[in-house]
Design a protein around this ligand. Structure first.
Ligand code: ADP
Length: 497
């Protein structure tokens, strides 16, 4: 160990475009709201930095304190940046304030998203350089929205003492969204046109650049959100054109399975479900099912297996298989309830099934967090036949509520759901291998058969699912080991296992 070794808390700045409870469109929001807190428990000094969106509730905005303001150089111009701070349950959140970029109704989907998040990434680097309380040892970036931090930090900030020893970690939450824009941005926004190395790493074809590709080349360490997805990313089928870079950098690519916030997702205390229950009083879950059937206009029948599905209605989630199998499932007397928003084609298809099958099928085309809690609690099975699934939180949440997942064996679904073994009784759900609607329906109906005929096996499966450990503690320890490998001069402050 070097003579400069110091025992102190490692400082991690977690950069994310969304974080619960301020803004969320998917799993990244959940991760950014919970992992940094778990890192604190594991001995880090962690904070989160995210944009100050208009959609953040006024109650939170009123509590934010102004910390600093400065101008961020974006090629030939300078853009205003305010840094505001709010401490929530002992975790510091910093907000990048620029009304032109972030005072909009939604988070993403604007013509200038590339510029908005290039600004956000540059503002983070600038904040590390200028705001003492944001100095860090590790800048942990997530997905394309903060990918450019890894490039900017190396190309523009390396000479600044506050930035010189910052190591970058880049986590891929979903390789499908890479941030691809016209190469005109290199000159007009990023100011990287004159740096050959950066240009080469960012180019993805003749006239476009790819933010995520930049981070994959520049970050000190790459991670993704499950071991299986780390492996899959290296294959052309899953790698979305970046598989060669994942293969090249496999030596620094780690797959760490996400956790879930077990205080929010806890059936014994959840204030959003009609009746609280635990593994010891599982019979109370039946009341949640009854209430859900009533709320969704489904036939009030405890003997019908109620299959729920909660998530974005996009091709990724394997909804083509669900649509194909729907008539068959209905014939067999299975109830299906879907909550989600997404592609219009899928939304319309599920509206159609809702109209066609009356009290056996319900589609709620909405983003409704409270209803999602009631569905996790009230369902018997959760269907998640994803084409690819980096980690997936829904299946873990479902298990916590004793709702057994039926999943395709891919990515985090494969790493978190232990398929039922009828010989030993082991398992926490059901799984199938291929993107095939008949295979999915057979697996789902096989699960229903157990629901109908073998109450003991079903009960045990529910107990095993509820007992699985999806806490953030395990993941946080793995991240801490990785951060410390990047900073051998900092002796770990608190090694809790
Ligand atoms: P992804 O990140 O691919 O969207 P995950 O399964 O990792 O999928 O995370 C999705 C999260 O968003 C879960 O917490 C899920 O409950 C929630 N969610 C998704 N769609 C909805 C919706 N329509 N209403 C409420 N919650 C939703």
């Amino acid at each position: 160990m070097s003579t400069n070794a110091k025992r102190r808390k490692l400082r991690v700045l977690f950069a994310s475009s969304e974080a619960v409870p301020f803004a969320k469109t998917g799993g990244l929001g959940d991760v950014a709201g919970s992992l940094p807190r778990a890192l604190k428990h594991a001995g880090a000094r962690a904070a989160v930095i995210m944009p100050k969106y208009a959609s953040i509730s006024q109650e939170y905005k009123d509590q934010m304190k102004h910390v600093a303001d400065f101008y961020v150089p974006l090629s030939w111009r300078n853009e205003y940046c305010g840094i505001e701070k709010l401490t929530l349950q002992d975790l510091d959140f910093y907000f990048v304030d620029n009304e032109a970029y972030f005072k909009r109704d939604g988070l993403y989907g604007y013509f200038d998203d590339g510029e908005r998040f290039a600004f956000f990434s540059k503002a983070i680097c600038e904040a590390i350089a200028r705001v003492p309380e944001l100095e860090c040892d590790v800048l942990h970036c997530n997905d394309w929205q903060t990918a450019l931090c890894c490039v900017f930090l190396r190309e523009f900030y390396q000479q600044i003492p506050q930035c010189a020893s910052v190591k970058t970690v880049f986590t891929v939450h979903n390789v499908k969204f890479q941030g691809q824009y016209s190469d005109k941005m290199l000159e007009e926004v990023l100011g990287l046109a004159h740096i050959p190395a950066a240009r080469d790493q960012l180019y993805c074809d003749r006239d476009s650049i790819n933010f995520m590709k930049g981070a994959l080349c520049y970050a000190d360490v790459l991670t993704t959100v499950s071991p299986s997805y780390a492996y899959e990313l290296q294959m052309p089928f899953y790698g979305e054109g970046l598989d060669d870079i994942f293969r090249r950098r496999q030596g620094v690519l780690h797959g760490i399975l996400n956790g879930i916030d077990q205080t929010i997702w806890n059936p014994s205390t959840d204030p959003m479900i009609p009746v609280n229950y635990s593994a010891k009083e599982l019979e109370k879950k039946a009341e949640c099912k009854r209430a859900l059937q009533e709320e969704l206009g489904l036939r009030q029948d405890p003997e019908r297996p109620l299959v729920v599905s909660i998530g974005r209605l996009t091709d990724q989630k394997g909804l083509g298989l669900v649509r194909y199998a729907m008539d068959h499932l209905m014939e067999r007397g299975v109830q299906v309830a879907i909550l989600g928003t997404g592609d219009k084609d899928h939304e319309d298809a599920f509206r159609y099934f809702d109209a066609k099958y009356g009290d056996m099928m319900c589609a709620r085309i909405a983003f409704d967090n409270a209803l999602s809690h009631r569905m996790y609690a009230g369902g018997d099975l959760l269907l998640m036949p994803s084409e690819f699934e980096p980690c997936g939180l829904s299946q873990m949440i479902a298990m916590r509520y004793g709702t057994l997942p039926v999943v395709r064996e891919t990515g985090g679904l494969r790493d978190s759901v232990m398929p039922y073994n009828k010989y030993t009784g082991e398992g926490t759900g059901f799984s199938f291998a291929n993107m095939n609607a008949d295979e999915m329906a057979d697996t789902l109906l096989g699960a229903c058969e157990i629901f109908w005929t073998d109450h003991d096996a079903w009960h045990n499966l529910m107990l095993q699912a509820m007992d699985a450990d999806f806490s953030w503690r395990r993941a946080a320890n793995d991240y801490m080991d990785m951060y410390h490998d990047l900073h051998p001069e900092i002796i770990r402050y608190n090694k809790r296992r």
